[in-house]
Design a protein around this ligand. Sequence first.
Ligand SMILES: [Zn+2]
Ligand SMILES: [Zn+2]
Length: 110
Amino acid sequence: MWNYVRLAFRIAVRVLWWALVLPWLALAVLRAGVRKAEANVRGLLALRVLFDRHARCVRGHRSDLRGVWECRGCGGLFAGWAFQACPTCGSTCGHIGCDRCGLAIRNPLV
Ligand SMILES: [Zn+2]
Ligand SMILES: [Zn+2]
């Protein structure tokens, strides 16, 4: 008789343990998934900048990111995206000047 009670108690403890641990595990997995999704979205947003034709300075002026640029490393001119690597020396610039006010627009990749 006592064997059955002890067995039932042991099963109850195990069920309770799983009932407590499983939701915690599920929450942990879910939270990790959400964090991963957030990182992916952030990565996609950063990637999107690569294809943007315009960027805004801190004052909100739109500047064209496509055009002819002078490399600050070697002084050579190249056509394309403002923050791409210079085809001559391979260097990239950390910022460009706003078309209107001249304030720096940061390179989103650095
Ligand atoms: Zn260069
Ligand atoms: Zn500006």
